[in-house]
Design a protein around this ligand. Sequence first.
Ligand code: UD1
Ligand code: CA
Length: 455
Amino acid sequence: MSLSIIILAAGQGTRMHSALPKVLHQLAGRTLLEHVYVAASRLDHRQIQIVYGYGGKMVPETLAHLQADWIEQKQQLGTGHAVKLTMPTVPDVDNVLVLYGDIPLITFETLHLLVKAAGSNGFSLLTAYLDEPTGYGRILRDPSGNVTAIVEEKDATPAQKEINEINTGMMVVQARLLKRWLSELKNSNAQSEYYLTDIVEMAVADNIRVNTILPESITEIHGINNRAQLAEIERYYQLIQAQHLMRHGVTLMDPSRFDLRGDLEAGRDVRIDINVVIEGSVSIGNNVMIGQNCYINNADIGDGAVILPNCIIENAVIGAGCKIGPFARIRPDTRLADNVHIGNFVEIKKSEIGSGSKVNHLSYIGDSEIGKNVNVGAGTITCNYDGENKHKTVVGDNVFIGSDTQLIAPVSIGNGATIGAGTTVTKDVLADSLTINKLEHKTIKNWKRPGKKKS
Ligand code: UD1
Ligand code: CA
């Protein structure tokens, strides 16, 4: 026996009021559907099939990287109809796990228990007790507590609406039985839909016991129907992530003002100040400090680095002991070796900077290779673009570049060279030389500035 996993994701999500299918909305930087997929794919399984519909190819194209088969449901005729579409590739001996693409916080642990509860020839349902069960299908039980049916809110009698045990929608059913029951579904109900939930009554008629389990936390079964719920789940999820980081040695100055939209691997004694957003895949060494309002996307930050407030770092490697900011922008394909200082209002793009070098004020360094222990003076600009092509600037070790220098690329500067302040460097510079532009310093004595005109 093996497990076939079905994720239902064909619905529009009308209440999102969005052109984007609901399952593509993001929670902590990942689509809702990916959250479900990640939990499900940890189970031992044969295959994952995802039923899509609203938005057409948008869902399978956006999530083409998932290891899943995509099944189109052109018309959303109900959950039973959706599951039926996936049956052709499911072997009779399998168990089938049905999940919803808009219930993102379901955990591997709960799903594992649900699979176990079904056994090899059975049926298990994930149910929950809600104070406010409105909208959900209700679980009907006989006097001895056995499940007898699920009744949808819209088909329920007033007495049934009082029941607060609900159907989360997630279930495991033996495939051979499921196929038979699905073929017998009718849509004679309030919504004229083929309800997957009707198979419960069929199971009971066939003397198949329906086992139920409860999730460990009620948040696991919260579906997203509107943007307010999405925001609520986002905050909840962020807090869970923050608590996890704090338990592993990260200080968050305020866990409610920290956002992780991806994966963060952090060392010990990392201190993260408020309003920091971390996206993609980020790793941070030990003893790193990150100041307020930093945005860090896909970066690798070495031990002891200090990122001062208001920095943006994207697709970059920051060496150990570097000091960045405040107000620095480190753009993609930048590699800073150890102990590099990048100061305020400095932009670095697609450049490598050697250890101990400093670019402390108001500079733009692009398409460059800068050696070790270089001092780049304030306002230095690599002029890397001629309007058509980008060109490279190469600076050797121990170079001193005076303030307000322009390096017109392609250009290279030899080791130990000195460039005077205000120089426009248009040719390659020899090692250990001094380069200055011929600038006359002229003084006119007793100079009178023009007075203000009388009106
Ligand atoms: C369903 C259950 C209800 C349960 C609730 C939990 C049925 C008949 N009812 O009701 O008992 O309490 O979920 O949230 O199953 N979908 C498709 N194709 C379709 C219809 C739905 O892919 O034709 C997908 C939706 O995108 C969604 C999920 O199935 O992810 C549930 O559909 P929805 O219409 O929200 O079902 P509910 O009426 O909420
Ligand atoms: Ca729903």
